[in-house]
Ligand binder design. Structure first.
Ligand code: SAH
Length: 277
């Protein structure tokens, strides 16, 4: 691959870079993320970072795991922040690598504030977040002009792992034509029930997308009320999307088309001028 002369920022010792690794596929890394991987001395990474991405790190770098895995207790957030501070003070180039985007349900802000508090210089490198990148690989656009002019991203977990109860569920149910939930698999029963109670149509199209952008990607097309019965078929990481945009998949599943799926150019059955004439 040839790149024109792009001036990438210098990764100086004593700095922490908070970098988004994207939803999985290493091809979705930014140039700044790749540059960071090739410059960092220390890579502190989370559970959802793909091993193929870690393999891009500088040979001499040290890799430190800082996420949850297999039910083992996860390092506490203050411990991770303290570790970043310590490594930076020791003069390392510290890459804090997170799945998706560090500032989208990724606690990037918390870690950055701890760096500010400690006087450690830092840079943020955004990544492609699962809701947009993952759904794009599933052939589902988060907005489509004929369907929605707003989309809401929601977490299905709060700090304690429960369904967030500080959400105004009826308002959420009415609020946007498309809802994308992160971390929703465990509480899908409750989430779908609250949305239907809040006035959302039980038959509305919905999809569960797991391991998006990786070789294990799976997409279950279903409806709001039927979704919980399908949850046992898959395991995290999963996105849950509710809205008419799911129907566009019949036309936009470009990944499926690579293996022979025939795409429908009019998946919403709109009566276009072409049809009308
Ligand atoms: N900062 C991340 C989100 C971290 S929270 C981002 O911007 O994407 C972790 C949740 O993200 C998972 O529980 C899941 O809901 C979602 N997620 C991340 N990667 C995913 C993937 N490849 N496929 C489906 N969901 C994913």
């Amino acid at each position: 691959m040839e790149l024109p002369a792009i001036q990438l920022p210098e990764f100086d010792p004593g700095w922490v870079w908070l970098v988004g690794a994207g939803p999985g596929d290493p091809a979705l890394l930014t140039l700044a993320a790749l540059h960071a991987l090739q410059s960092a001395d220390m890579v502190v990474y989370d559970a959802l970072v793909d091993p193929r991405i870690l393999a891009l790190a500088k040979q001499s770098s040290e890799q430190v795991y800082a996420g949850k895995r297999g039910g083992r207790p996860s390092p506490k957030q203050p411990d991770i922040s303290a570790r970043l501070v310590k490594l930076a003070r020791a003069g390392h180039r510290v890459l804090r690598l997170k799945g998706g985007d560090p500032f989208v349900f990724g606690r990037g802000g918390e870690e950055a504030l701890a760096l500010v508090d400690a006087g450690i210089p830092f840079r943020v490198v955004p990544g492609i977040t699962a809701a947009t990148g993952g759904l794009a690989y599933a052939g589902i656009p988060v907005t489509h002009r004929d369907v929605n002019t707003a989309v809401t991203f929601i977490t299905g977990h709060n700090v304690t792992g429960d369904v967030p109860d500080n959400l105004d569920w009826p308002a959420l149910a009415r609020g946007a034509p498309v809802l994308v939930f992160y971390m929703a698999l465990k509480h899908l029963d409750e989430i779908t029930a609250r949305l239907i109670d809040g006035g959302r149509d039980a038959d509305e199209p919905a999809a569960i997308v797991t391991a998006a952008t990786t070789g294990e990607q799976r997409v279950i097309e279903t409806t709001l009320s039927a979704a919980p019965d399908r949850a046992h078929e898959v395991s995290p990481p999963a996105l849950f999307v509710v809205g008419e945009v799911v129907r566009l998949r019949a036309g936009l599943d470009w990944l499926g088309a690579l293996s022979g799926k025939v795409l429908d150019a009019n998946p919403l059955d709109l009566h276009t001028s072409r049809d009308a004439g």
